[in-house]
Design a protein around this ligand. Sequence first.
Ligand SMILES: Cc1cc2nc3c(=O)[nH]c(=O)nc-3n(C[C@H](O)[C@H](O)[C@H](O)COP(=O)(O)OP(=O)(O)OC[C@H]3O[C@@H](n4cnc5c(N)ncnc54)[C@H](O)[C@@H]3O)c2cc1C
Length: 399
Amino acid sequence: MLDFIIVGGGIIGLSTAMQLARRAPGAAILLVEKEAELAAHQTGRNSGVVHAGVYYEPGSLKARYCREGNAETAQFAAEHGIAFDRCGKLIVATREDELPRFAKLEDRARRNGLNVERIDAAELRRREPHIAGLAALHVPETGITDFPALTRAMAADFIAAGGTIACNTQVLSLEEDPDGINVATNSGVLRTRHLIGCAGLNADRLAAMAGIELDFAIVPFRGEYFRLPAARDQIVSHLIYPVPDPAFPFLGVHLTRMIGGYVTVGPNAVLSLKREGYSTFAFDPRDAADIVRFSGFRRFLAKNFRYGMGELRNSLSRQRYLELCQRYCPELTLDDLQPYRSGVRAQAMFADGTLAHDFLLRRTARSIHVCNAPSPAATAALPIGRHIVDEAAATGFVA
Ligand SMILES: Cc1cc2nc3c(=O)[nH]c(=O)nc-3n(C[C@H](O)[C@H](O)[C@H](O)COP(=O)(O)OP(=O)(O)OC[C@H]3O[C@@H](n4cnc5c(N)ncnc54)[C@H](O)[C@@H]3O)c2cc1C
C-alpha cells in the first residue's frame, strides 16, 4: 500500500511531490505521468514568463501566490543552476481607448504591491527603439526561465527525498473506500491511502473518476505562437505586452524574449477541439462532444461570440495576427512570423458560463484535486504545491 499517489508530471505535480516528500519523510509516494517524459503539456509549452502579479484581483490566491512564486522561483533556479533572467516587462497602450484600462491596471499593480513605473511615448522609444505606443507600464520584477528544467530539478529533489516517478502510466479509473483508493492504470492496479490530482487538461475527468460532482468543466484554449528570425533576437530587451481585456484571463499576443535567446510572439486564445491537440485543426471526438454538451460553454459562447470569432479569425489569418503585433512593433512583417510550437491552456469554466479566474481545489475524503491552475501557475508552482501539502496535512493525510 502506497501512502500517496500524485497524478500528473507537470510543474504543479512535481512541486507538490517534492514538498510532500520533504514534509512526510519515509512516506511511500509515487508520481504517475501518462507521457514518456515530464512537462509534456502546459508546463513545456508555455511562454516561460515568471510573472510579477500585475493583473490579478488583489487578495486572491492568484495574486498572492504569483508574488511569492516570483521570488521563490528565482531562488530555486539559482540554487539548481537553472537560467533565470529578470528582464522586466513593458505593458504598452497603443490606442486612446485603452488608456482608462491602462490606468486601472497601473492602480491594480500598485495595490498588488508592485513597484511599477509609468513612462511616456518618448521614454518608451528611448528604452525600446523598435516599440511604439502612447504610454507604457514598466514592471521590473517580471522574468523569464526554463519551466521544464525547473520541473526536472523538482523531480530530482523528489527522488532524492525518497519519492518514485512512473512515466508512461495513465490513470484510468479510481475507486475509493474507507481505507484507501484503488487506482487502475494502463500497467495495473495500485493501492494508495491518499491521492493528489494535478492532471492539468484532464483535471475534471480525474476529479469525476474520484466521484466528485463537477460544477465546472475544463475548456481547452489553444495559444498559437510564432518565432522571430534570428536577426531579430535583439529586437527588444524587455517583454512587450498589450493592455489585456480584463474580462478574460488571457494576456494578449506579446513579444517574449525566451530563455534560449530567441523571441516569440503569442499566444492568442482559440477554442481547441482537442485537449492535448497542438495543430490548428486538431480534433478529438470525445473532447469536442464534451465541450458542445457542456451548458456552461454554450452560455460562454452566447456572451462572448464576438471575442471568440475575433480570436478564430486571427488564428486563421497570419496577416491579422501580424496586425496585432504591429500595434506595438510596427516594423514586423509577415516574413518575421516563423512557425513555433503551440500550447493548450486548461481553463476551468463554471456551469453559468463564467471562467474560473482563481486556483480551484476539490476534494474527497482521501483525495485532493487541483482543478484550475491557469497562468501564472507555472510561476506560482512552489506556493501552490506548498498550499496543497498544507491542505493534506490539515486533513490528516500527512502523519
Ligand atoms: C500557451 C500557454 C502559455 C502560458 N504561459 C505561462 C507563463 O508564461 N507563465 C506562467 O506562469 N504560466 C504560463 N502558463 C500556464 C502554465 O503553463 C500552467 O499553469 C502550468 O504549466 C500548469 O501545470 P500543471 O502541472 O497543472 O499542468 P500540465 O503541465 O499540463 O501537467 C499535467 C500533467 O498531467 C498528466 N496527466 C493528465 N491526466 C493524466 C492521467 N489520467 N494519468 C496520468 N497523467 C495524467 C499530463 O500528461 C500532464 O503531463 C501558460 C500556459 C499555456 C498553455
